[in-house]
Write a protein that binds this ligand. Structure first.
Ligand code: ACM
Length: 544
């Protein structure tokens, strides 16, 4: 991420003579995204943020100390001021971080920013909600590159999220993004109060996670022989393409996200979308191979064999390391787009189906998932998430699936999937592929960057999540088939991800597209300052 700012010292040298840059001639604005529940602007004298402002946190509170350091970094980027961090508040001109709103009950998720002449009070019920309040404060600071002082009208902003799961997904299999790009992506999430990063680490086109027990997954499974150009499957650039994250890099990214109160949910997509693993370990497939890592997109017929004990042993081994690496309560086990052709042709799968007394080969998938879910829970205390085919595929075994208590990610036929989840007592997350929540798509009528299909900011904003009490959140989902550059990733994700962040955070009753557009235009200052290559035209000449 490119940081563009002129330091305070340089600015005073360059512009010192000009009165327009004198103290506090820049005003904070409270047009925040996601829209807060309540903004009460008060009468009275303003607070001035300047080079002498101090940030305080409660002594011994390491999480708030980390928040203070992040806040200092944001303020430095925005203003050039390098603020001192301390545990002892001066008489005035300080920003005080704490997390004891209403006695500090963390289930309340309150974020409170109170500003008065002498100080700014940034509060919450937990370090996470304090961090969200920091983002609110940060977004109220306009881009004041050049070390100008900022005046804040006295205000109380009281807020709380609509959903506990506020997610963004990124596919790093079809195209690989290096660790710095992942951190930039995480920064985008933090800015908009997104607290879950769903990391799609494996697929037919490449395995991206180092696992010590299965070195061939990355030695062999991370490099494909070429990539089709755009969506034309008849083409292929013939160039080896690959990349993976070492466990040290993964740990570093997990820490980076955790510091920003973002939980990473790893996805190992199975039993379909497994060609990269099958290339590395062909004995895990129904035919024994050989298999090739896919150089095109789409849904492959070859999947993990469901009639072979070795397959479940392999998955247990994968889960052991994934569970060890990722602190998340959930592991995502995919489950999408798994054809049964290979199982139908396989004697061992048919024998397994008959032995288990299952009605169809499709039912093997629920049995397979059940083994995995039980292992994840019993051995590692983890729960599973999966794509909605777990319950919506023809022949899916709802009763068995319910015993796994999975969280269902509703993408295809998302409304129906959400309804079915609700009726069957299953928690679910809304990410409709054709409702503008697949944020990699082309911008409607504008250009060809991004995958097939198209979308616009208004489509995303106007697609409302279901009003189900078991709907725990929403997610912007990013598939990378046709997004080979980090800059295009930013361009596709922004600003649609911001619209999803508003669905995730703001009560539906406060959402309004015209009002959002005004605030989104103000948000561009912070996106510009961060150097993001966002789909600016969506804000200036919005497509219907
Ligand atoms: C998916 O888009 N295959 C979940």
């Amino acid at each position: 991420m490119k940081k563009i700012f002129v330091s305070a010292a340089l600015a005073s040298l360059l512009f010192g003579a000009f009165p327009s840059l004198s103290a506090a001639d820049i005003k904070a604005n409270y047009n925040i995204i996601p829209k807060p529940r309540e903004v009460v602007i008060k009468n009275g004298a303003s607070f001035t943020l300047n080079a002498k402002t101090v940030i305080t946190y409660p002594k011994g509170n390491e999480a708030l100390k980390r928040n203070a350091e992040l806040l200092a970094g944001y303020i430095k980027d925005l203003t050039g001021f390098e603020l001192k961090i301390t545990t002892k508040a001066p008489k005035k001109n300080f920003i005080m971080l704490h997390a004891d709103a209403n006695g500090g009950d963390p289930t309340q998720n309150l974020t409170i920013v109170g500003i008065q002449q002498a100080f700014v009070d940034i509060n919450g019920n937990s370090p996470e909600s304090n961090f969200n309040a920091i983002q609110t404060f940060r977004k109220s600071i306009p881009d004041v590159t050049g070390g100008k002082e900022v005046e804040f009208a006295p205000v109380t902003i009281t807020d709380a999220p609509r959903f506990t799961y506020r997610g963004a997904h990124l596919d790093v299999s079809r195209h690989f993004y290096p660790t710095d790009s992942i951190k930039t992506f995480i920064d985008m999430l933090a800015l908009h109060n997104i607290n879950k990063f769903h990391w799609h680490l494996t697929d037919d086109q490449g395995w991206r996670l180092e696992l010590k027990k299965y070195p061939r997954l990355t030695e062999v499974g991370s490099v494909r022989n070429g990539t089709c150009i755009g969506h034309d499957f008849s083409t292929n650039d013939g160039k080896p393409y690959g990349g993976f994250y070492t466990q040290d890099e993964v740990k570093d990214i997990i820490k980076y996200a955790a510091d920003r109160h973002i939980d990473i949910i790893p996805e190992i997509d199975l039993p379909g979308h497994m060609l990269a693993a099958l290339k590395a370990y062909p004995e895990l497939g129904c035919t024994g191979g050989p298999y090739e890592i896919w150089t095109r997109w789409g849904v492959a017929d070859d999947v993990l064999c469901a009639g072979n004990d070795k397959t479940l042993e392999f998955i247990d081994g994968v889960l052991d390391e994934v569970a060890e690496l990722f602190p998340s309560e959930y592991i995502h086990v995919g489950g999408d787009e798994c054809p049964t052709y290979a199982w139908e042709k396989s004697e061992s799968c048919t024998a397994m189906k008959d032995k288990l007394g299952l009605e169809s080969h499709r039912a093997l998938q629920a049995w397979f998932n059940k083994q995995i879910a039980d292992y994840a829970r019993e051995k590692h205390g983890k729960k599973i998430m999966g794509w909605n085919e777990l319950i919506t595929d023809k022949g899916a075994d709802m009763e068995l699936t319910k015993t796994m208590d999975p969280v269902i990610m509703c993408w295809v036929g998302a409304e129906q999937a959400a309804k079915l989840s609700q009726e069957n007592g299953l928690k679910h997350i809304y990410t409709p592929h054709n409702g503008g929540y697949y944020i990699n798509r082309c911008y409607r009528g504008i250009d060809k960057v991004g995958a097939v299909g198209d979308g616009s900011l208004s489509l995303t904003y106007n697609t409302n999540p279901p009003d189900n009490d078991l709907c725990i959140g929403v997610q912007g989902t990013f598939w990378s088939e046709q997004v080979d550059r980090d800059r295009d990733l930013e361009y596709q994700a922004l600003p649609r991800l911001i619209a999803i962040a508003e669905h995730a955070w703001t009560p539906a009753s406060l959402m309004n597209y015209d009002d959002f557009m005004k605030r989104a235009k103000a948000d561009t200052e912070i996106l510009d300052l961060a150097g993001y290559n966002y789909g600016r035209h969506q804000l200036t000449t919005p497509q219907k």
